[in-house]
Design a protein around this ligand. Structure first.
Ligand SMILES: C[S@@+](CC[C@H](N)C(=O)[O-])C[C@H]1O[C@@H](n2cnc3c(N)ncnc32)[C@H](O)[C@@H]1O
Length: 159
């Protein structure tokens, strides 16, 4: 969730019949997200829990059409509290198991902070090794920006 920008974007996209699940380990993130959502909160279930718990919190038969990971630390928050490679990979495993054909998992990698390079390496490695028969993986990068601009990966499940 972080500050809730992606959660709000998705909650407005899914409409009355859709649903968005949000995860964060910081109470501040949950609070910020609740405030940002306003009435769109009805479209959401927000967990004060790590994304590594997706497997236990979202039923295996629940199809997922889209997921956004926004890695790193909470903007304006504690830069020591960051997403970590092992738990992020576990969360991506759980999403891909539920992703419908044509569904997309977006992963935005921030890596300028301590620990960020290690996560970037592991997440890129994970996505590069997804079988091409099952997934198309695109890597969008800024090529004219300084200071470790974020990398955006898009994984689409193929027919
Ligand atoms: C870059 S921020 C997200 C920014 C957010 N997307 C926004 O729009 O503002 C990364 C968030 O990941 C959270 N986080 C750290 N470890 C986590 C975990 N295991 N599971 C879920 N969230 C985690 C942090 O608390 C932080 O709020």
């Amino acid at each position: 969730m972080g500050n809730g920008n992606d959660t709000l974007f998705l909650a407005e996209l899914v409409g009355a019949t859709g649903h968005v699940y949000g995860f964060d380990i910081q109470a501040q993130a949950l609070k910020n997200t609740r405030e940002k959502l306003g009435p769109a909160i009805d479209q959401t279930t927000l967990y004060l829990a790590g994304h590594e718990t997706i497997e236990e919190k979202i039923p295996a038969e629940q199809p997922i059409k889209g997921a956004i990971f926004n890695l790193g630390y909470l903007p304006k928050g504690d830069k020591q509290i960051i997403t970590l490679p092992e738990t992020t990979k576990k969360a991506m495993d759980a999403i891909l198991k539920r992703l419908v054909i044509g569904g997309r998992m977006i992963v935005v990698i921030y890596y300028g902070h301590a620990g960020g390079e290690a996560e970037k390496h592991e997440v890129l490695n994970y996505c590069q090794n997804l079988p091409q028969e099952k997934y198309s993986v695109l890597n969008y990068q800024f090529i004219n920006q300084k200071n470790n601009p974020p990398i955006l990966l898009c994984v689409e499940a193929r027919a």
